[in-house]
Design a protein around this ligand. Structure first.
Ligand SMILES: Cc1ncc(COP(=O)(O)O)c(C=O)c1O
Length: 417
């Protein structure tokens, strides 16, 4: 299989957008939630699917192994780890559920997460504690403003000192929806100093932060590839440190139960493996359009410029974090409290729905610390003009607030993050 029709010399911005099949007339400023798959990568997945349909037996009995291992190697090289320590899972939530649910607990153990932990992962901790007698969860509060990495590390250290039974801590690489880059390496070291397993929610890290899994030394690391690595949805990685291979099993038990980590995970019943085997080509796409240096220098400059522009236009406040903790591809801005959008989940959905359907703009609106916030993402297909338009539209909504009636008729299933 080859990556074909890749125009690697294409300029980032409007020209690069033509390499994606994103709907014309829509503005996509929320890559952080669901990503976007370039046409040439979509084409690879399509060809794999055609191959499956030509001969399903050959595919599941033979061809899949070679493709799976090729992709495992490409992804492991990209994440700097031994391929044997890295397997694929459908998404980050599945990966985190996997590790949390099969960890060997004893009564008294604590599962620790923070107020910035992605909510479904906090719920996974709670659901896991419910499965094991005497195991409980504790949520550590992290409030804005955040002044420095040191403040975060001190909080974790105080927590571990006060709670010596902490078995496992969820560490975010980049928090969501608040988009804070956490001092990951320092937190992993701290966990190990206090005998705590470091389980990293790295959903937003691959392709954004220069992660070296071997050097990081986390006990397990989960990263999405569909967000910033251009793969189809259904592709996340699960890295497990060698000493934990024996107790980490897929949530669904299948043929290779009891075998090596990679064997346990590479055939989990009859499944669609095309998102993961396409990852090799998505990594190639990422490298050929310029790799991390070029991509992140574009997206971080765009994020800074867009941030400044929107803040000025709306006379709004940024999320109170030091510059060094800002994500290279996302920014968060506090929105004024508006009468038509309460600072609740329903209010955020109504606001999002109005921006989506009135202006054809996709962005994330979230409740953080009791106030509505805007989260913007920057990707290689975005331009500054798009954020300027967003700012104009937001201003229109804000200025019309007194008389404005929400047009939202959507339900809670429209939740975005
Ligand atoms: C920090 C974080 N963790 C986990 C997830 C879950 O990812 P998925 O829905 O792909 O499982 C997300 C999704 O946005 C996230 O931002």
């Amino acid at each position: 299989m080859k990556l074909e029709n890749l125009h690697e010399a294409v300029e980032f911005g409007a020209k690069m957008r033509e390499e994606f099949s994103l709907q014309k007339g829509e503005t996509f400023l929320n890559n952080g939630s669901f990503g976007a798959v370039p046409n040439c990568v979509q084409e690879v997945q399509r060809r794999f699917r055609e191959e499956i349909e030509r001969h399903p037996d050959d595919w599941y009995r033979r061809s899949i192994y070679k493709y799976w291992h090729e992709s495992q190697k490409a992804v492991a090289d990209f994440m700097h780890c031994d391929p044997q320590d890295l397997v694929c899972v459908q998404n980050a939530t599945t990966g985190l559920n996997t590790v949390l649910k099969c960890c060997p607990y004893k009564p008294g153990d604590i599962l620790m997460y923070t107020t910035l932990t992605f909510r479904p992962i906090a719920y996974t901790c709670q659901a896991t504690a419910d499965l094991y007698e005497g195991v409980k969860t504790l949520e550590m509060e992290i409030k804005f403003p955040i002044s420095s990495d040191d403040e975060i590390c001190e909080k974790y250290e105080d927590f571990f000192k006060s709670n010596p039974n902490t078995k496992i801590a969820i560490l975010d690489a980049i928090t969501s929806p608040s988009a804070v880059v956490m001092p990951l390496k320092r937190l992993v070291t701290l966990c190990h100093r206090y005998g705590v397993l470091a389980l990293v929610d790295g959903a937003h890290a691959p392709g954004v932060l220069p992660i070296n899994l071997t050097e990081l030394g986390a006990d397990a690391f989960i990263g999405s590839f569909h967000k910033w690595m251009f793969t189809p949805r259904g592709c996340a990685i699960l890295y497990v440190k060698r000493e934990h291979h024996a107790w980490v099993h897929p949530l669904v038990t299948s043929w290779n139960h009891g075998l090596s980590l990679e064997k346990k995970f590479y055939i989990v019943a009859t499944d669609d493996q095309t998102p993961f085997i396409t990852a090799k080509y998505a990594v190639e796409f990422y490298q050929r359009i310029g790799g991390m240096d070029k991509i992140i220098s574009y997206t971080s400059k765009l994020a800074s410029e867009a941030h400044v522009y929107i803040l000025k236009k709306l006379k709004a406040e940024p999320l109170q974090i030091p510059q060094s903790m800002e994500s290279p591809t996302m920014r968060v801005i506090r929105l004024p409290d508006l009468s038509q959008y309460p600072c609740t989940l329903e209010g955020s959905i109504a606001f999002h729905t109005d921006i989506r359907y009135k202006y054809n703009i996709q962005c994330a609106i979230e409740v953080i610390q009791g106030h509505l916030h805007l989260r913007i993402s920057t990707q290689v297909y975005n331009t500054l003009e798009e954020y300027k338009r967003l700012a104009d539209c937001l201003l229109e909504v804000i200025q019309a607030d007194k008389n404005y009636k929400t047009s939202s008729t959507r339900s809670l299933t429209d939740r975005i993050y």
